[in-house]
Design a protein around this ligand. Structure first.
Ligand code: SF4
Ligand code: MG
Length: 323
């Protein structure tokens, strides 16, 4: 069980897309063993920042992250090193995440050496086994990353991530740099590997078709706040938060027939200074007076939770409004 308790992320600055993003986030969720928990949201929602904290690449300035019930101790080198073997990350861009001057075999073997898992000929055998596992061949160990296609490079990145025998893998937009024709192959590979090794995934994506294909549960982020958490199936059938509805309506294949489409206007506000009250209020078609002043608390829903003043504490049915 992986718990994150709030407020665990506060005024964190990271360089992303050449801009400094300050995420004043309020995020609390847990990831269960063996599931795929997806975090979805637009650019600037804080998805990648949260992912980096969970794998220990970025220290939260408030709050805490727990793994197997234990608080992650960023101050302890030994503790973080142990966690780094158990946590791996697959990045969006396999072109950038593989060292172009290294042979593929050395790239995949690096975590094996770092964590002292195997020696000598065993390493070579293990690299061959990992390449085979991801649909490449042992002979590919001698080649360099530029000799492979985008999809093949992501397979190499997956083999590298698996080489430390992790339990938990954060997949940050794992297919968004790939051709559409290749995306499904990589996603299917990830699912097969999850089944085979009992892996737990945190999937970061802005692409709801990817998320729908992959996840058990979904958290919807807006400007550093989790506005909804839901079982994946339920989210697509009966979204509770107006922002979730906006996201679903923006994907033609997912738009549900018979559901009234909610027109949503406006740009995403600056994440450095989120609007007061409900951060979504400038774009929400249902905005009420209270939304501009008071931040909505998360309320339990039939399949998770959502934070919106339309939801009544007793149940999950939205109030009628004349917005
Ligand atoms: Fe819209 Fe108000 Fe709900 Fe925010 S709290 S999503 S502004 S109705
Ligand atoms: Mg990102």
């Amino acid at each position: 069980r992986f718990d994150v308790s709030k407020p665990w992320l506060n005024r964190v600055i990271e360089r992303e897309d050449r801009q400094y993003l300050t995420a004043t986030a309020d995020v609390s969720f847990d990831i269960r063993k063996g599931e795929t928990f997806a975090l979805v949201g637009e650019s600037g929602s804080g998805k990648s920042t949260i992912a980096k904290m969970i794998v220990g690449l970025l220290e939260p300035s408030a709050g805490e992250i727990r793994f197997d019930g234990k608080v992650m101790d960023f101050a302890s080198g030994a503790a973080m090193r142990a966690l780094r073997r158990r946590f791996q990350m697959i990045f969006q861009d396999p072109f950038a995440s593989l060292n172009p001057r290294w042979r593929v075999g050395d790239i995949i073997a690096e975590p094996i050496h770092t964590f002292g898992l195997l020696k000598g000929a065993e390493v070579t055998r293990e690299v061959g086994r990992l390449l085979d596992l991801v649909g490449l061949s042992a002979a590919d160990a001698e080649k360099f990353p530029h000799e492979f296609s985008g999809g093949q490079r992501q397979r190499i990145a997956i083999a590298r991530a698996l080489s430390s025998r992790p339990e938990f893998i954060v997949c940050d937009e794992p297919t968004s740099a790939l051709d559409v024709s290749v995306q499904a192959q990589i996603l299917n590979l990830m699912r097969d590997l999850q089944d085979e090794f009992g892996l737990t995934y945190l999937l970061i994506s802005h692409d709801l078709s990817v998320v729908r294909h992959m996840s058990t549960r979904i958290g919807v982020l807006y400007l550093g706040r989790l506005v909804e958490i839901s079982d994946a199936k339920r989210l697509f059938i009966d979204p509770q938060h107006p922002y979730t509805r906006l996201l679903l309506d923006a994907v033609p294949d997912l738009a549900l027939s018979g559901r009234r489409r909610t027109p949503v206007t406006g740009e995403i506000p600056n994440p450095i200074a989120p609007p007061p009250g409900c951060a979504f209020h400038p774009r929400c078609p249902h905005v009420m007076d209270i939304c501009r002043k008071q931040r909505p608390d998360a309320i339990p829903t039939a399949s998770g939770q959502a934070a919106c003043h339309l939801l009544t504490p007793e149940g999950q049915k939205p109030r009628e409004t004349t917005a």
